[in-house]
Design a protein around this ligand. Structure first.
Ligand code: FAD
Ligand code: EPU
Length: 334
């Protein structure tokens, strides 16, 4: 059941080759409990699809991969439906399954890699929707007590790429199931500019959820590298929020800087800042900054996690020197 000295290259979308001292897969709570009994005092890493991780060194502990499967409609009315998914389900397959059944709400989140269980971790978001918009609740295994705890939306403390699981209770829980509130009379959300442009290209005026999903997939495929071909973990940094004073200072030299309303100021596009700082497309040996999306750092071959991490540090420093904006990493560093 437990493998030792396991290479994790296949288990992270950056394709970084590091070893885990112990590795096991679980598909039920019983299996999870059995595996954890071998942990002793070792470090623990819960793995979904490995698409939001940068592994910078061998992991001297226990890595457990969540493969709890399930797709179940647990409540249904004429217009609404509550769907529960096992944490180990693939996110995109879950989205396609919902679309197939005519359940709307997650179509804008098509083609995001990874597992359903990781989706609340950073409140995944794309094209005008975040999972908090459709999230109902989740169940999670509390490692210290062995109890199952339930979290509703308020308890999850969702924010932009944030939740309680990345902050106050970091490392304390293993998410087992996630429940979503979806609708049978979907309202199409095509507010994100790129979606409307793509729908026009496709000749669609009033899209169905399936067509909206197809538009999102087309946009994503046109600018994000496919991890099966080029190793990456999506956006490496978060989009930063700045105050109006700093924005106006930057606008003196860059009047066209993209900026959007945010809770405590204005949100900037990190990809734009990195591009303007001259990093877009730069390649070093077998890693670098993607040529179509400056927010994505890539592994073209067998680079190390440390090389990607050092590259991200140089970018952070350079963007700070040029714009006075401090970028924060989105990807989990291990
Ligand atoms: P992993 O990378 O395996 O884990 C991420 C973190 O969650 C780790 O800390 C891990 O320990 C923890 N974790 C995982 N599963 C559990 C669990 N069951 N219980 C407790 N902790 C757990 N993200 C977006 O928000 N929007 C995007 O548009 C987007 N686009 C992307 C595009 C590409 C090409 C790639 C490679 C990534 C993209 N991402 C995006 C990031 C990534 O897909 C998401 O963060 C995804 O939710 C990660 O899922 P995962 O299962 O791979 O998590
Ligand atoms: N831009 C540039 N140069 C670049 C990249 C982007 O100038 O190299 C500019 C674009 O022209 C546009 C703006 O930045 O004006 C925003 O670009 P885009 O719409 O591509 O989105 P993003 O801000 O780069 C965010 C998310 C993505 C998500 C998309 C779509 C973050 C950190 N990233 O990217 O999420 O898919 O919006 O909603 O919020 C992820 O989290 O891994 C991820 C891929």
């Amino acid at each position: 059941m437990i493998q030792t000295n396991k290479n994790l290259k296949e288990y992270n979308t950056f394709g970084i080759s590091v070893k885990a001292e112990m590795f096991a897969v679980f598909s039920s709570i019983e299996e999870l409990k059995q595996i954890l009994s071998f942990r002793n005092d070792k470090k623990l890493l819960v793995l979904g699809g490995g698409s939001n991780l940068l592994l910078t060194q061998d992991f001297d502990g226990l890595v457990i991969k969540n493969e709890i499967k399930r797709f179940e409609v647990i409540e249904e009315t004429v217009s609404k439906v509550i769907v529960e998914s096992g944490a180990g389900e693939n996110w995109h397959e879950f989205v396609l399954n919902c679309i197939d059944k005519g359940f709307g709400g997650v179509e804008n989140l098509s083609l995001i890699p990874g597992s359903v269980g990781a989706s609340p971790m950073q409140n995944i978001g794309a094209y005008g929707v975040e999972i908090k918009d459709v999230f109902e609740s989740l169940s999670a295994y509390h490692i210290a007590s062995g109890e199952i705890h339930y979290f509703d939306k308020t308890k999850c403390e969702f924010g932009y790429r944030e939740s309680i699981f990345k902050n106050k209770v970091k490392g304390e829980y293993i998410i087992l199931t996630v429940t979503f509130r979806l609708t049978k009379n979907p309202t199409i959300n095509s507010s994100y500019g790129a979606i409307n442009e793509q729908l026009k290209v496709m000749g669609i005026q009033v899209p169905t959820i399936k067509e909206l999903s197809a538009a999102v997939i087309a946009i994503r495929q046109s600018k994000l590298p496919d991890p099966k071909i080029i190793g990456n973990a999506g956006s490496f940094f978060k989009n930063p929020t700045v105050d109006n004073v700093l924005l106006e200072k930057i606008q003196e030299n860059y009047p066209d800087i993209p900026n959007y309303p945010a809770e405590n100021g204005r949100k900037l596009a990190a990809g734009w800042l990195i591009e303007k700082a001259g990093w877009k497309g730069r390649t070093f040996d077998n890693y670098g900054v993607h040529k179509l999306q400056a927010l994505v750092l890539v592994n073209y071959g067998n680079c190390t996690g440390q090389e990607i991490f050092d590259l991200s540090s140089q970018i952070i420093q350079d963007v700070f020197e040029k714009f006075g904006v401090l970028l924060e990493r989105e990807v989990n560093i291990l």
